[in-house]
Design a protein around this ligand. Structure first.
Ligand code: SF4
Length: 375
């Protein structure tokens, strides 16, 4: 390997189907004219860049912007985030999903304050040692905040590289991972790494999009092997379809004087710290109404029951089919122990319910609708 005048690593030309040193200058020229104007582009503050990177994992830019702004209004500095109670962090995150990210964000902020004097470390290794920061996020922070060359491999960059090199095998295995990181490292610009990182992410987000890549408008079109072989829409190779288990539950809308029964889940574990209505898994051959009767009895809230509706909610490892049953006509009976609270619709709208129960609230309580929903 040699280093050329741009400071970019150069390998023997036979190893690659195109000259890899052409990639960075093309991308940087394109970025100057087409880069996106995003709120976290106006700062070099590693705290803000880190926050945007974590929020953007599996969420769109449009969805992230209001959360990003609200989160920063609540916690303007890493010290404020570190000092906040966990439930306040979850409350600001509620709606973005993947709540373990919020918990990791909080823990990482406490480590930055406690072990690094409130300053973010400036190397990939030290950043990747913090909870919730993987190699790619660490690379993005190092490049964007500190303007030092570090490869990144988020979903957008991965797709660009797979197409650029026409990688036709399954892109999820160890072999692919190794090749993709090697290419990401090889192509990363030694000059203007701050711009290069954003340029390649923007290219994936706006031009080399999953379903409809705009190859004629792409600065890498002349180099791209997928385009050359007419494979841009076939790559990345599709994941073999995996069947996802179905989990059936019933939730109770226990109503007394216009208020409903809810409680927070335990702080640790799946959806930790988020709130929910009373809920139970359906046993084999059980109907939602019979499961609702069993659950109501356990809670000590036996009243009139009526089915309200059903909805589906997808998690990464299962699909939830959730039936809602309304329980009314209660007397003054005591509710079983367990942190339950009665909350009216106004308060519930502010409570950090987890995603499936927030859907229930929005669909069947705030609107008063009933029936099934497939969303
Ligand atoms: S030419 Fe098309 S497939 Fe290749 S990198 Fe550009 S947009 Fe993606």
């Amino acid at each position: 390997m040699t280093i050329n005048c741009r400071g970019t690593a150069r390998r023997a030309p036979t190893e690659f189907p195109f000259d890899p040193t052409e990639v960075a200058p093309r991308l940087l020229a394109w970025y100057g004219a087409h880069g996106r104007n995003l709120p976290w582009r106006h700062t070099r503050d590693p705290y803000r860049i880190w926050l945007s990177e974590i929020m953007l994992q599996q969420t769109t830019v449009t969805a992230v912007i209001p959360y990003y702004q609200r989160f920063l209004a609540a916690f303007p500095e890493v010290t404020a985030l570190a000092a906040a109670p966990p439930e306040q962090v979850i409350e600001q995150w509620a709606g973005l999903g993947y709540y373990s990210r919020a918990r990791n964000l909080h823990r990482a902020a406490q480590l930055v304050v406690g072990e690094h004097g409130g300053h973010f470390p400036q190397t990939v290794e030290a950043l990747a040692a913090l909870p919730g920061i993987g190699r790619s996020t660490a690379g993005a922070i190092v490049s964007i905040a500190f303007d030092r060359p570090a490869p990144i491999l988020d979903g957008n960059v991965r797709r660009v590289l797979i197409r650029l090199f026409a990688y036709a095998s399954d892109p999820r295995g160890t072999k692919a991972e190794h090749a993709l990181w090697r290419w990401a490292e090889l192509l990363t610009a030694r000059e203007r790494p701050h711009d290069y990182a954003q340029a390649i992410m923007d290219l994936g987000a706006t031009v080399c999009t999953p379903r409809d890549p705009d190859c004629p408008g792409c600065p890498l079109a002349a180099l791209c092997q997928a385009r050359r072989h007419g494979l841009e829409r076939q790559l990345p190779a599709a994941r073999p379809r995996k069947s996802v288990p179905l989990r059936r539950q019933v939730a109770l809308l226990v109503e007394r004087e216009g208020r409903y029964l809810v409680r927070p889940r335990p702080a640790e574990g799946f959806l930790g710290g988020l709130w929910e209505f009373p809920v139970a898994d359906l046993r084999d051959h059980e109907t939602p109404l019979s499961a609702a009767g069993r659950l109501a009895q356990e809670l000590g809230v036996v009243g009139r029951q009526a089915a309200v509706g059903r909805l589906k909610h997808a998690y990464s490892h299962f699909t939830l089919e959730l039936a809602l049953v309304r329980v009314t006509g209660l007397g003054e009976e005591r509710v079983a122990e367990g942190g339950w609270q009665w909350q009216g619709p106004g308060r519930l709208a502010e409570t950090p319910l987890h995603g499936a129960h927030r859907k229930l609230l929005e669909r069947f309580v705030l609107t008063g609708a009933s029936g099934d929903s497939n969303e």
